[in-house]
Design a protein around this ligand. Structure first.
Ligand SMILES: [Zn+2]
Length: 81
């Protein structure tokens, strides 16, 4: 199946952690330039960051699961099994 790859430089400002108490919500924003691999939790230190089916991938996981190096290649679609 072909999947779209989004290449992003910054996360949306509304990304963050919301903790709900009784009737109150505490919001802790995540820095817009901080990206962590959704598979292995490694910090992603290159830009743009590949996002595939809603998940950010580091270079190592991209190579392992999708067979491309996001530091050098920026495909718009990839084959996902
Ligand atoms: Zn990873």
């Amino acid at each position: 199946m072909l999947e779209q790859v989004s290449w992003i430089y910054r996360r949306p400002a509304e990304d963050g952690i919301r903790i709900i108490f009784d009737n109150d919500v505490a919001f802790f924003p995540i820095p817009q330039d901080l990206f962590v691999c959704d598979v292995c939790n490694a910090e992603i230190d290159f830009r743009p960051v590949p996002v595939i089916t809603g998940y950010a991938y580091c270079a190592e996981c991209c190579r392992q699961y999708f067979g491309f190096d996001p530091r050098n290649e920026h495909p718009e679609q990839i084959e996902v099994k």
